[in-house]
Design a binder for this molecule. Structure first.
Ligand code: BTN
Length: 270
């Protein structure tokens, strides 16, 4: 049932019951206002918070995006959530975890709104050319062991407009559908989907079986993984045609000079 942007509260006890049996039940932490749920989750992780701790807020004052960008996080407008995981996977497989989080958002959005967004490698969710969700995954690891990972997800839910300079590249679920989808339902569907993804990644008989499943699903649901002409804005920008993911989950791009691997993101349609 759609709700108005000014009245979209969370019900923690209902969330906790609905999440019973998952790693997140009893581990939910809500703040009306916070600097950044990711910053907070990383600090809590250092202090020993358990696997499955979830930090979410009505607003962030210093929301962070990838590549040191800011993430605009006005009150009552978006879903700002960070999930702390202590997965038993190799640090080299961490990109798969982040890619799986993108699939989890996709599933959650489909479950709640019935709209199927696109997934732009590595972690942006789009409707057409406009982004409504970004994911910032941060890591604390030894060379051979992940201590903890924090997956931070920002979803534009109720925004009715964006500043003129963002209008061609940003959107929200409200702008796409004309409806105010409840953040509570989105958060529940998201956490359920993340729980499933982490289960796949950490309990498959082999890591390669798990990454194979993620690869196949991303190839099916993202228009960006193959045959898309892209511009890659890394130190030395280049253009080419996307050509699948490598064994670690990095995007491959065919260029006149040969196959190149996109390391840092910043992929745009050329
Ligand atoms: C991006 O696309 O640049 C990633 C944006 C990630 C934003 C989320 S909002 C919740 C969490 N806390 C943060 O400070 N950032 C992430």
């Amino acid at each position: 049932m759609p709700v108005s942007p000014v009245d979209d509260p969370f019900d923690l006890s209902a969330l906790n019951s609905a999440l019973g049996g998952s790693r997140f039940a009893g581990n939910l932490h809500y703040s009306s206002s916070i600097d950044s749920t990711n910053t907070h989750a990383m600090k809590q992780a250092d202090a020993g918070a358990p696997d499955g701790s979830v930090y979410f807020a009505d607003r962030q004052n210093l929301g962070r995006g990838r590549g040191a960008h800011a993430w605009s996080s006005p009150p009552g407008s978006g879903l700002y959530v960070s999930v702390l995981l202590r997965p038993r996977i190799a640090p080299a497989d961490i990109l798969w975890l982040s890619l799986a989080a993108g699939l989890a958002v996709l599933d959650a959005v489909v479950a709640v709104t019935s709209l199927e967004p696109d997934l732009r490698w590595p972690n942006d969710l789009l409707f057409g050319p406009r982004k409504f969700c970004g994911i910032l995954t941060e890591l604390n690891a030894e060379v051979t062991r992940v201590r903890h990972a924090v997956i931070g997800i920002g979803i534009n839910v109720h925004q009715q407009a964006f500043p003129v300079e963002l209008r061609s590249i940003a959107t929200s679920l409200f702008l796409e559908t004309g409806r105010n989808w409840p953040r509570q339902e989105l958060l529940l569907a998201l956490l359920q989907a993340i729980d499933r993804e982490v289960q796949v990644l950490t309990s498959s008989a082999s890591a390669s079986a798990a990454t194979q499943s993620i690869r196949q699903r991303i190839e099916r649901r993202s228009s960006w993984i193959r045959n898309k002409r892209v511009r890659v804005d890394e130190g030395d920008p280049f253009t080419g045609i996307t050509d699948g993911l490598d064994a670690r989950g990095f995007l491959q791009v065919r260029t006149p000079q040969g196959l190149r691997t996109v390391l840092s993101g910043g992929v745009r349609e050329a």
